[in-house]
Design a protein. Structure first.
Length: 293
């Protein structure tokens, strides 16, 4: 609960910062005629949208489990992360379309205004990155928001560098090149999040967990003869689940002790703290497969 409240406050601050950046870059882009600045404003607009989604995602995902939603609404975090990544791609397509339109007739640019606004955008994004930095590793939703801001900071740097080069070389086409570069970064930053969210929705084994290693770890526990019907999955970026059937060595085995040992090892070694373990004297599934149908 505390983590979600803290994340919510951090996201709220970054929303305010990025609204200011977006408005500044959009107006500055229109006045200066810079497509790169307008592209950065579009990227920042997607930041604002993604941050708002992330904020509500954090709030909703913290709702307690009910009889209707036995896992609570924890998967909302993953869903909002997917929407964020897809919104990035949509912005990237818009930027590329506009860049193609301008190739044959580049517009003149007010470089002084372009530089000032780009610096404002860069400072705002740096502050936003600092706010979210510590929360990005353990939460996919926060990581999606962080990546939005990180790549937008790089975009701002690219705009600044291009403005300086254009000032000395008069290569106005560079404004279009930088815009396409920003779009490519947007596609790349969104791809990783989309891949991870789809993996979670498909109930794949969490990327930080080795299935075979978990299997061998359980098999080494005293009293465990064999394992089958083992499944490992997650419902968001923070919580992993495991279910399996355990065949014991003999009928006198202390089943509660075995379950306690397995749970302790799984939580300590793999941060798996949600398990369903079925103890059997014989293989009731009548199969040697690790993953039964």
């Amino acid at each position: 609960m505390h983590n979600h409240d803290t994340n919510g406050r951090k996201i709220a601050w970054t929303i305010v910062l990025n609204i200011v950046i977006t408005i500044s870059e959009y107006i500055g882009g229109l006045i200066s005629g810079s497509l790169a600045l307008l592209s950065d404003a579009g990227h920042n607009l997607s930041d604002v949208i993604s941050l708002i989604l992330s904020y509500f995602g954090e709030k909703i995902s913290d709702k307690k489990a009910t009889k209707k939603h036995s896992f609570g609404l924890k998967r909302v975090e993953t869903f909002t992360a997917l929407i964020n990544a897809l919104s990035l791609w949509a912005i990237g397509v818009i930027i590329i379309v506009e860049a193609i339109k301008r190739i044959d007739s580049p517009k003149s640019i007010s470089l002084g205004l372009m530089l000032i606004i780009a610096f404002i955008g860069l400072l705002g994004n740096v502050f936003s990155i600092m706010i979210l930095n510590k929360s990005k590793e353990n939460n996919l939703n926060m990581k999606a928001a962080y990546l939005h801001l990180f790549y937008d900071a790089i975009s701002s740097v690219a705009v600044i560098v291009s403005a300086i080069i254009i000032y000395f070389s008069h290569w106005i086409i560079l404004d279009i090149v930088v815009s396409i570069f920003i779009a490519v970064m947007i596609f790349w930053s969104g791809f990783g999040i989309i891949r991870k969210t789809i993996h979670i929705f498909m109930q794949g084994v969490p990327e930080n967990i080795d299935f075979e290693e978990v299997y061998q770890t359980i098999l080494k526990i005293s009293g465990v003869k064999s394992i089958h019907d083992i499944h490992i999955w997650s419902i968001n970026s923070e919580e992993s689940f495991l279910s399996c059937h355990i065949c014991t060595e003999n009928g006198k085995t202390d089943n509660d002790r075995i379950i306690q040992k397995i749970n302790a090892v799984l939580e300590k070694e793999y941060r798996i703290n949600h398990t369903t373990i079925q103890i059997e004297k014989n293989n009731l599934c009548n199969t040697g497969k690790l993953c039964c149908k």
